[in-house]
Design a protein around this ligand. Structure first.
Ligand code: ZNH
Length: 141
């Protein structure tokens, strides 16, 4: 499913994010909520004074799950089965929102890595995150 080159791009970028899940996760959610405000409606209302803590918690959870996906990139369906149930049946997140999140993820990586973030890395991460999104949304149908 992933070439050796794609796999190495995915792991290399993950090594950059790993250990900083709360920081990158917060940045990802802040960008998502700013650029696509409708995505906020899925999350519990932000409580004044606690917004940052809430975003850190949600963002960290999302990034931790991305880490699990990296470790299981050849068996995403099994590794993410519980999360797929949650998003499809519990949260009912409309699939378009996953594209919004992937876009924000790419911009976040590019803004940090600048010219180090090659088009090949971008392509590998797009393929990987799209595979994750497919698994998280396929139970809708
Ligand atoms: Zn999600 C939750 C992941 C996307 C919305 N998430 C969650 C969690 C996780 C995740 C891990 C936790 C779970 C538990 O708790 O158990 N997500 C994820 C991932 C992705 C996602 C990996 C991609 C890639 N989400 C998403 C989107 C949205 C969402 C796109 C919309 C917009 N989530 C969500 C919500 C929740 C979650 C709402 C819940 C929160 C609370 O806390 O309530």
């Amino acid at each position: 499913m992933f070439s050796a080159e794609e796999q190495s791009h995915i792991v290399q970028i993950w090594n950059y994010l790993s250990g900083h899940e709360a920081i990158f996760g917060t940045e990802l959610l802040q960008r998502l909520f700013t650029v696509y405000p409708s995505t906020k409606s899925y999350f519990p209302p932000l409580i004044p004074g606690l917004e940052l803590t809430q975003m850190q918690n949600h963002g960290e959870q999302i990034l931790m799950a991305v880490g699990v996906a990296v470790d299981n990139m050849y068996d995403l369906r099994t590794a993410l089965s519980g999360l797929a149930d949650l998003h499809a049946y519990g949260l009912r997140v409309e699939p378009t929102n996953f594209h919004f999140l992937i876009h924000c993820f790419q911009v976040m990586l590019a803004s940090h890595l600048q010219s180090e973030y090659t088009a090949e890395m971008h392509a590998a991460w797009d393929k990987f995150l799209t595979n994750v999104a497919v698994v998280l949304t396929e139970k809708y149908h």
